[in-house]
Design a protein around this ligand. Structure first.
Ligand SMILES: NC(=O)c1ccc[n+]([C@@H]2O[C@H](COP(=O)([O-])OP(=O)(O)OC[C@H]3O[C@@H](n4cnc5c(N)ncnc54)[C@H](OP(=O)(O)O)[C@@H]3O)[C@@H](O)[C@H]2O)c1
Length: 322
């Protein structure tokens, strides 16, 4: 399998690269942008701006992939809202370009997407539930999903949610709570390990409930989508259960042997990253995985199991067997 992975130096992307290349032996090529990994190891890179359509088409054609996994994003809400043209080109435009590239190469396109395509009142949304995004990020991801599904001859959307796990390419990653669940468990573990208290946010205008996932496990589901020639359409790459912020925080304490007495409930820090209050955030984005289980024969792990695997990865610095 030859896999072309955009955003491969990002959090989710670094897990896709590692799972595809190291666990499954795929030949992986990553266009890299500002950050250049020190040690490429099991994959190849080239400097490329995904907004440069002609360069991307040439790059994909030169590599000749069986699958393109598109996990690159402009991960900056302020930039998204301040320059909507740039945001549209970064999300929808790059997806259209990679759909065209996939068509030319005879490859499958897998677009990494999000539970934030739902509005926060659609708890238990499955792969067929119509999206109804409440912020511009959700709109961009929904439009990208449609672009992928309508433009690429063989396309899949892999929605990930409340992602925990290792970033395999960068030492320095966000370590603060925000209005979503990204890096939530990591920030709790970092604080409690250092003996610092952690205020778990509670508010009506943040993402309070979601279906936690482990980035490497999301990547494993993407591998199954890639390996099954006919697998297309929408998939949910998340764990089997949903949880509120405090429930997840307490479970993390149990699994990581940390003191739950250091946890408390607090209002969001509006000055913190994530800019709570500046744009709408969906409240309950819990997902179900009916179609994903049926089509891939995949049984998603529960939250405890995902946290156990995260702890093992953190302790060993290595990916575990699937
Ligand atoms: N993290 C989560 O909790 C979460 C939750 C739901 C869905 N997702 C989805 O997962 C995917 C990845 O998110 P992430 O959190 O892993 O993002 P991330 O860590 O911010 O990574 C983004 C990647 O995109 C690259 N990139 C940005 N602009 C580029 C450009 N113009 N050309 C080429 N590469 C460019 C970045 O490289 P540079 O840094 O070098 O620019 C980086 O490698 C997204 O589709 C997101 O919607 C993530």
């Amino acid at each position: 399998m030859r896999a072309y992975v955009s955003g491969g130096t990002g959090f989710v992307g670094s897990n896709i690269v590692k799972v595809f290349a190291e666990r499954h032996g795929a030949a992986v090529h990553c266009p890299v942008h500002r950050f250049v990994p020190a040690d490429e190891g099991s994959f190849t890179t080239e400097r490329l701006d995904l907004l440069d359509r002609d360069a991307v088409l040439a790059s994909v054609a030169a590599f000749g992939p069986d699958v393109i996994v598109h996990s690159m994003i402009l991960n900056d809400f302020a930039a998204m809202y301040n320059d909507r043209d740039l945001a549209w080109r970064s999300f929808v435009g790059t997806t259209e370009t990679l759909a065209q590239a996939a068509d030319a190469a005879g490859a499958k396109l897998i677009l990494v997407s999000t539970d934030w395509v739902f509005d926060g009142t659609q708890a238990g949304a499955d792969e067929d539930t119509p999206p109804n995004p409440v912020n511009y990020y959700g709109v961009l991801k929904m439009a990208s999903e449609q672009a992928a599904l309508r433009s690429a001859p063989r396309a899949a959307v892999a929605r990930v949610s409340a992602v925990s796990g290792m970033h395999w390419m960068r030492q320095s990653t966000p370590r603060v709570q925000d209005g979503g669940f990204g890096y939530f468990v990591t920030s709790i573990v970092d604080a409690l390990e250092a003996g610092r208290p952690f205020g778990v946010w509670e508010a009506d205008n943040i993402n309070m409930v979601a279906s936690p996932s482990l980035a490497s496990e999301c990547a494993e589901v993407m591998w199954r989508i890639a390996a099954d020639f006919d697998a297309g359409g929408v998939f949910h790459c998340c764990g089997a259960e949903s949880a509120g912020r405090m429930e997840l925080a307490r479970l993390a304490c149990e699994v990581f042997d940390l003191d739950p007495a250091l946890l408390s409930v607090t209002a969001p820090d509006t000055a913190a990253a994530g800019a709570v209050g500046e744009f709408p955030i969906p409240y309950d984005t819990s997902l179900t995985v009916r179609r994903t289980t049926e089509l891939l024969g995949y049984e998603p792990p529960g939250i405890r199991e995902l946290l156990i695997r995260f702890r093992q990865q953190r302790n060993t610095g290595d990916l575990l067997a699937a």
